[in-house]
Design a protein around this ligand. Structure first.
Ligand code: HEM
Length: 111
């Protein structure tokens, strides 16, 4: 059964768009990880400042292997992509990892 790992990233007000830009710049970075089934970056539509990175994995082991891999470390450096670019500060002020399995639901109608 798939597992859901959610990284809940809290940003300063007004930093959210920069977070979205940084995610867009790393699109595809996780796609080739074994057992990776997809992710969405969810932006709050109310006054909250916590964004959710909802990721789905084949199993706990797949997630743990990716989280411990050089690919994860590379994708989570705060430097710019080139060595001569200035270091960027992280946009997040804090983050929490939440772990879930699907316990029910529905795919919705087709029309
Ligand atoms: C559940 C899996 C993940 C975990 C545990 C995780 C962990 C983290 C952590 C701890 C931060 C720093 C937040 C802070 O500043 O407080 C972060 C930021 C970030 N993550 Fe992840 N992440 C996950 C999934 C992903 C995925 C799938 C991507 C995209 C390929 C991604 C791309 C980023 C980016 C672009 C940032 C912003 C870094 C910055 O501020 O420059 N993360 N993540």
């Amino acid at each position: 059964m798939s597992i859901i790992k959610i990284n809940a990233i809290t940003v300063e007000p007004d930093s959210g768009d920069e977070l979205a830009r940084r995610f867009a710049a790393r699109a595809g970075a996780v796609d080739s990880a074994d057992g990776f089934e997809g992710f969405e970056l969810l932006k709050p539509t109310d006054a909250r400042t916590t964004w959710l990175v909802v990721t789905r994995w084949r199993d706990e082991q797949s997630f743990q292997a990716w989280a411990a891999s050089p690919a994860f470390g590379q994708g989570h450096r705060s430097e710019g992509p080139a060595a001569d670019q200035p270091k960027q500060r992280p946009v997040g002020v804090s983050s929490e990892l939440w772990s879930y399995v699907v316990a029910g639901g529905s795919a919705g109608g087709t029309d």
